[in-house]
Design a protein around this ligand. Structure first.
Ligand code: GDP
Ligand code: GDP
Length: 444
């Protein structure tokens, strides 16, 4: 039977955001019925071959005013016509009295209820009193974020699986995330198997291998993290309705939520346009990056592999300070080495660079190079500040006429930072600011 899933909860907990995430960019249909002030919104969706209808119930409010009564009616209608209910609560505001009222209504409805503990992306602590959620009277709860998509896969897998899967515990959301990206068939799933020491068929049996991202908790080499296997990147941008297009969007989102990505290339196919596109997404979101030239067991001549590597370096210029490995899932060549490199990059990403040490190294280098600006003046950099913000390494340079600084000089600076501070595999951001603002800048 096709499921009809309604999303309910009090206002502002993130129902519409979750609805939009689940619906992707499909067009939602608003249900009009005469005299109804606040409409229910419907959307036909598909999850791993399961068709279902999603309903945004419009929220539950308490009050005796006409509008409030109508909204409450909508909420009750939505539950009535559903087979399953996603009950959204906001982890940031905690559980409020109105949540208990909603819970009472849902208990009486006898529908299957799944609690979505939403906005996990903004939750800073790594402990949460699960007892509070259990007081609502339902056992199935999921920590997720409708804005970033974190944890949404687990919820849908569970709704459509019938079998009890292990609930992802909150602390796992703070683990480093390593995402495997690349075209279809380059060996992403096989790499997960190699790392997990499992054989091929096991990953193939997991749901979502072909289309969506799967996440595995990996704990080896004294480093616990989440490995994410993404759907393959497709060749062309397709129509928005195309499922492949949604996979692409989810892959992009997976990159955005990662600390580091392995960009995997097939030796036989080489580095193509799509690879460059995905490389740019990783670089522009400042995620750690390692390129794996996989299936190198298929190529006997070393010179062919070297040519391929040179070709990649040419295409990713100017950001070439990153590890590139020749790997094979069959011979296991370089796989452990690449993973250890990933650990080292992630650790380095989180390390702050001391400001006075950075200035001590960089200022003499910058002073040596004279730059004439288009207004006839010489560039003078007074001070630099390395910043670590949301895992991104930023470097601020305070100078005269920051808008007139040529691009080539920015590249020169990046090169010098890289040669003096080991930042292999880490994209960095360089910004020039007016030197008079230096007093207001916080120094890390
Ligand atoms: P609704 O009234 O329950 O439909 O809530 P909305 O979807 O309109 O969201 C209410 C507010 O919460 C908006 O400002 C959203 O941007 C924000 N929001 C929704 N989902 C999330 C989330 O997963 N994380 C964070 N940080 N904010 C969210
Ligand atoms: P995905 O779509 O990127 O996840 O690719 P898969 O892991 O499903 O692999 C696609 C095909 O490539 C399968 O037939 C694998 O056996 C094969 N494959 C994966 N890694 C290697 C490798 O290192 N060497 C060779 N020769 N084949 C591989």
């Amino acid at each position: 039977m096709k499921k009809i899933i309604s999303i309910v909860g009090q206002p502002n907990v993130g129902k519409s955001t979750l609805f939009n995430y689940l619906a992707g960019y499909r067009k939602a249909i608003t249900h009009y019925s005469s005299g109804v002030t606040r409409d229910r919104i419907y959307c036909d969706c598909k999850w791993k071959g399961n068709k279902f209808t999603l309903i945004d119930s419009g929220g539950y409010v308490i009050g005796k005013k006409d509008l409030q009564i109508k909204i409450c009616e909508q909420f009750l209608f939505a539950i009535e016509e559903s087979t399953d209910v996603i009950f959204v609560i906001d982890i940031l505001s905690g559980i409020l009295p109105i949540d208990y009222k909603i819970s009472n209504i849902l208990q009486r409805s006898k529908k299957k209820v799944f609690i979505a503990v939403n906005k996990i992306d903004q939750y800073k602590s790594d402990i949460y009193e699960i007892q509070d959620i259990l007081k609502l009277g339902f056992n199935d709860y999921f920590f997720l974020s409708g804005s970033t998509g974190q944890g949404v896969n687990e919820l849908l897998n569970y709704i459509f699986s019938n079998k009890k899967e292990i609930l992802i515990k909150l602390k796992n959301y703070n683990l480093p995330r390593i995402t495997l990206v690349g075209r279809k068939n380059v060996g992403k799933s096989s790499l997960i198997n190699t790392l997990l020491n499992k054989n091929q068929s096991i990953v193939c049996d997991l749901p979502g291998t072909t289309r969506d991202c799967i996440e595995v908790i990996y704990n080896k080499f004294n480093f616990k993290c989440i490995l994410i296997d993404t759907a393959g990147i497709i060749k062309k941008k397709r129509k928005k309705e195309d499922l492949e297009y949604f996979s692409f969007l989810r892959t992009t989102q997976a990159i955005y939520n990662s600390d580091l990505c392995f960009l995997i290339i097939d030796t036989k196919i080489g580095f193509q346009k799509q690879d460059i596109k995905i490389f740019k997404i990783i670089k522009n979101t400042f995620k750690g990056i390692i390129i794996l030239i996989n299936k190198c067991d298929l190529i006997k001549k070393k010179s062919i592999l070297q040519n391929l590597k040179q070709n990649i370096i040419k295409k990713i210029y100017p950001f070439t300070d990153l590890p590139i490995y020749f790997t094979s899932n069959f011979s296991k060549q370089n796989i452990i080495k690449a993973f250890n490199q990933a650990i080292s990059i992630i650790k380095k990403q989180k390390q702050k660079i001391n400001t006075s040490y950075f200035n001590k190294i960089m200022l003499p280098i910058l002073k040596k190079k004279t730059i004439n600006l288009s207004n006839g003046r010489n560039l003078s950099i007074k001070y630099c500040v390395p910043i670590l913000k949301k895992g991104i390494k930023k470097f601020l340079f305070f100078s005269n006429n920051p808008k007139l600084i040529p691009r080539s000089y920015k590249r020169f600076i990046e090169k010098k930072i890289r040669s003096n501070f080991d930042l292999i595999g880490i994209p960095i951001q360089i910004k020039f600011k007016n030197k008079y603002k230096v007093k207001n800048q916080r120094i890390s």
